[in-house]
Design a protein around this ligand. Structure first.
Ligand SMILES: [Ca+2]
Length: 194
């Protein structure tokens, strides 16, 4: 082979090598295998009520109007939403003295503002923002367990990620002749999914 033919022969082999790489035809006996896998998770329905703050007024004076603030936080992923209501645990809506049960502070007879120096003591509840239950705003009577509860919220969607917040403020006006005692009552927040 002369020198020119040698060069042509090398070029020809190189071209064939490139063609082989480009086509990459698998061998007639090549095998393959694969599996599929499903990535999944399940989220159940969740309904949770958290109360912060307290309904404890602490020590108050006679002839005074007082408030105690609380917040109800609802986390719910029920697509139909939820209902949150509030009422007394039983049919006695008085704040009752723990030393003497004859000492009582009744709930308001009707929605009204709290005023100090009244002839009678009374307590109630304010739901919502705005004046946030400050003395002077309108408080509602606490319904008994047999009455129509106060509806704090009614929704038709999943709550906010951090939950939905509902301020609740208790108010008490104390007459100048209220006997010393520790007065208590129990109220119930009931959260129900829609
Ligand atoms: Ca009660």
């Amino acid at each position: 082979m002369n020198k020119l033919n040698k060069v042509l022969a090398v070029a020809s082999v190189t071209t064939m090598a490139f063609v082989g790489m480009a086509v990459a035809v698998p061998a007639a006996n090549a095998a393959t295998d694969f599996k599929t896998d499903t990535v999944s998770l399940t989220i159940g329905e969740t309904l949770m009520l958290t109360l912060t703050g307290t309904g404890d007024f602490g020590t108050v004076s006679v002839a005074s109007a007082n408030t105690a603030a609380q917040n109800a936080n609802v986390k719910s992923n029920f697509v139909g939403g939820y209902v949150l209501i509030l009422n007394d645990q039983d049919t006695d809506t008085d704040l009752v003295g723990t030393t003497s049960s004859s000492n009582t502070i009744p709930t308001l007879a009707s929605a009204s503002t709290l005023l100090p120096n009244q002839s009678t003591s009374a307590w109630g509840v304010y739901v919502g923002t705005g004046t946030t239950g400050a003395a002077g705003s309108t408080f509602q009577p606490m319904p008994s367990s047999a009455g129509t509860p106060i509806q704090i919220a009614s929704t038709s969607a999943i709550s906010a990620a951090a939950g939905d917040n509902y301020p609740v403020t208790y108010g008490a006006q104390i007459s100048g002749s209220q006997a010393p005692d520790i007065y208590e009552d129990i109220v119930v927040y009931t959260l129900t999914s829609n």
